[in-house]
Design a protein around this ligand. Structure first.
Ligand code: CTP
Ligand code: CA
Length: 226
């Protein structure tokens, strides 16, 4: 079945996909994370392979099976994800298309304790957080410095003002286009096998894709990069 779906659109391309959540450790047993299941990113990696690309999937913690033919790199933190991105990017000999489907934790604990934090009294405690760097901005700068041709597609996870909020991220992050997700809806996005998205281009054009399987949405996204 897989071979009948094989196209050659991306034969000379490396597609790097980030997927899933990042986990930011508080101590050896606890971490901060988010609701990303990784399904959208894994679907993109799978379909990109069918389309002939050399695919690298850099993923946070998920319970998903590695798609056939895809090289998977498991990471935990945003910092690990950035390291893996730089590593994969510098190794690539082709033009790279980067799809940032991961839900990267915006904040991490300012310090990680090396021993388990014990209960002391009933007051609880205050956890101090620090902002993570923007990986898309960092990796774009890295590629420019190293003269590596790179095209980037972003995702936007929004609960309100979907289009307006997503639009602002295109220029800020240097994206070709952004895929806007309404993560407040229970029937799509986080954890679901379906998604319904709007694709917003840097020139302001908006395309709405009707609700479909994440595989179909993945194909629609990749098709627009041919
Ligand atoms: N992203 C990133 N580095 C981060 C956070 C997010 O590269 N530290 C990427 C995501 O993978 C996604 C895009 O940026 O492709 C938008 O992510 P989103 O969480 O919607 O936007 P943020 O820039 O983090 O802004 P906010 O969460 O405050 O809306
Ligand atoms: Ca964010």
């Amino acid at each position: 079945i897989e071979s009948t779906l094989y196209f050659k659109h991306f034969e000379d391309k490396t597609v790097i996909v980030t997927a899933g959540p990042t986990s930011e450790p508080i101590d050896p047993v606890r971490y901060i994370t988010n609701r990303s299941s990784g399904k959208m990113g894994f679907a993109i990696a799978k379909i990109a392979h069918f389309m002939g690309a050399d695919v690298r999937l850099i993923t946070g913690n998920t319970c998903l099976k590695t798609p056939y033919g895809v090289k998977r790199i498991d990471i935990e933190t945003a910092e690990d994800m950035l390291k893996a991105l730089k590593h994969e990017l510098s190794k690539s000999k082709n033009e790279v298309i980067l799809i940032m489907a991961a839900a990267i934790a915006d904040f991490r604990p300012s310090e990680t304790k090396d021993k388990k934090i014990k209960k002391k009294n009933e007051n609880g405690f205050t956890l101090k957080l620090k902002q993570n760097p923007d990986l898309t901005i960092e990796i774009k700068r890295f590629a420019e410095k190293a003269d590596i041709p790179l095209r980037i597609v972003g995702f936007a996870a929004e609960t309100d003002n979907l289009i307006e909020n997503a639009k602002k991220k295109i220029e800020k992050k240097g994206l070709e286009f952004i895929v806007a997700n309404d993560v407040s809806r229970k029937d799509i996005a986080f954890g679901s096998d379906k998604n319904e998205v709007a694709i917003i281009y840097s020139n302001g054009r908006i395309e709405r894709l009707e609700k479909a399987s994440k595989d179909k949405i993945a194909y629609e996204i990749l098709r627009r990069l041919i």
